[in-house]
Design a binder for this molecule. Structure first.
Ligand SMILES: Cc1cc2nc3c(=O)[nH]c(=O)nc-3n(C[C@H](O)[C@H](O)[C@H](O)COP(=O)(O)OP(=O)(O)OC[C@H]3O[C@@H](n4cnc5c(N)ncnc54)[C@H](O)[C@@H]3O)c2cc1C
Length: 440
């Protein structure tokens, strides 16, 4: 049975979240609007404000809701998480205040899934408590979205005491928040001859380890200083870590990385619903507030068309996201096979930047010069659709993968014409009922 109602107890939680995000998280957005300020543990003033807010979230049982009880979280499941993330998605600071900020969420997930008890105690504990931030260092400057091109390698060597250590050598690109992180999760080639899925291993590298050279902190749209962005180009210059800093098995890095990417994509999608809903609300307010040519903006048909297109697109995407969340819950419960959500996660990833671009873009347009100005959050927000399009893999690569998944199941037509060819089917229908049209 399909049921869109929300049970009253959970609705009360959502109502609390909605008010809290508008009152508290959006206040943090206004006070500390700088890119990645929510990850910067050195901004003491912001941290002083942050802690009591995080405590309120914890007291409500709403902290780190992306993690199931087996991984140390409250375990609401993905459908409920989708509804929560819609609210969290309104604000830049909210994910940090609710303990669900990427890339820490994905990193926490793989530490919980693959970490040893010692690794969990040292890295997962403080990460889950919100005391530190982390970085996922996978993409390479020459490798981009294709792990088959990765060359950054880790070799087993002996230290002065004759103990095994890993030596990491190579470059990584767009390692978000590396300059703010306490540790990096680095994917490195350990057996170049092995097949792709067994070629790499994952390592935990504390940021104070010698040899981590941040060549540049690359800035993106929305950053103010081109030399002080948040996406590090790193040279791992013979970086040595103890043997036990391997996360998962030798050759298991691909599997570890995959385990975090699916969750990351769907959580972005859930938050995008909230961000677009906020833009739509701004559109509505403007449409009934500003007059032109003797009428409200909302009385002009082109504005109405923008409003209608936006809410339809948003509702379609929201339903896709909720269905995907439901499939993930079914897989978790063992009622659907492992991997059953893959295509739907791909659909969300592909549709997300387009939705964002369309809805936020229309909101900006309806606000005119005010919309493009930095007096409104729309202009900075609009640029974000490119981040959604590239982070966790470019749209084109996902489209290609999705199409191939369906092509694999497709069967060629048996005859010269397609199986839906009307004359052929008509002939078959006539053969089945030769007298069917006799009275015409
Ligand atoms: C805001 C942001 C944050 C990021 N954070 C991190 C991070 O924390 N850690 C990390 O490791 N990486 C991070 N990345 C990097 C991200 O994973 C890569 O940008 C992504 O994998 C694409 O790689 P690329 O940018 O080199 O593009 P490329 O791989 O060079 O792709 C460029 C274009 O080539 C085409 N193309 C590429 N592959 C295919 C294909 N298979 N089929 C069809 N067309 C294709 C597409 O048109 C694509 O847009 C981040 C990126 C962004 C934008």
């Amino acid at each position: 049975m399909i049921d869109f109602s929300i049970e009253p107890e959970f609705k009360a939680k959502l109502d609390w979240m909605d008010k809290f995000v508008r009152d508290e998280c959006e206040t943090m957005d206004l006070l500390w609007p700088e890119m990645a300020a929510n990850f910067d543990t050195s901004i003491k003033d912001a941290r002083r404000h942050l802690k009591p807010l995080q405590d309120q979230v914890k007291a409500q049982g709403l902290w780190a809701c992306h993690l199931g009880p087996n991984l140390g979280g409250p375990g609401y499941g993905q459908v409920k998480l989708a509804l929560m993330n819609e609210i969290i998605g309104r604000s830049n600071w909210a994910p940090t205040i609710f303990g669900t900020a990427a890339p820490d969420t994905g990193n926490a997930e793989i530490l919980a899934m693959f970490g040893t008890p010692e690794q969990k105690q040292k890295y997962l504990g403080p990460l889950m408590d919100g005391d530190i931030v982390s970085c996922f260092s996978m993409t390479e400057p020459q490798g981009g979205a294709d792990p088959g091109e990765f060359t950054c390698k880790a070799t087993l060597v002996k230290n002065d005491k004759g103990e095994d250590e890993w030596e990491i050598e190579g470059e990584k690109w767009f390692s978000s928040n590396a300059k703010l992180a306490a540790f990096l999760l680095v994917l490195a080639v350990t057996d170049p001859e092995a097949k792709l899925t067994e070629r790499m291993s994952m390592f935990i590298v504390p940021t104070e380890t010698p040899g981590i050279n941040i060549l540049r902190n690359v800035a993106i749209i929305g950053d103010l200083d081109p030399e002080n962005g948040h996406h590090a180009h790193i040279h791992y210059d013979k970086v040595r870590v103890p043997y036990d800093h391997l996360l998962g098995e030798i050759g298991g890095g691909f599997k570890v990385a995959q385990a975090r990417l699916g969750g990351g994509r769907i959580h972005h999608a859930m938050r995008t619903v909230g961000r677009c809903q906020r833009a739509f609300d701004m559109m509505l307010e403007r449409a009934v507030s500003r007059r032109t040519r003797g009428r409200m903006l909302g009385d002009h048909q082109m504005v109405q068309s923008k409003l209608a297109d936006s809410i339809i697109q948003l509702e379609q995407f929201r339903l896709l996201t909720l269905k995907t969340a439901w499939i993930i819950d079914e897989v978790e419960a063992g009622r659907m096979p492992h991997g059953a959500a893959r295509n739907h996660i791909g659909m969300c990833k592909i549709a997300m930047p387009q939705l964002y671009k369309d809805v936020v873009g229309r909101a900006l347009e309806i606000h005119g010069s005010l919309g493009i100005s930095l007096d409104m959050p729309l202009a900075n927000s609009y640029a974000g659709h490119w981040s959604l399009a590239f982070a966790d893999g470019p749209t084109d690569a996902h489209k290609s993968q999705l199409a191939r998944a369906y092509l694999k199941k497709a069967k060629p037509a048996e005859g010269m014409f397609p199986s839906e060819h009307i004359p052929t089917r008509y002939a078959a229908a006539r053969a089945r009922y030769p007298n069917a049209r006799d009275d015409w």
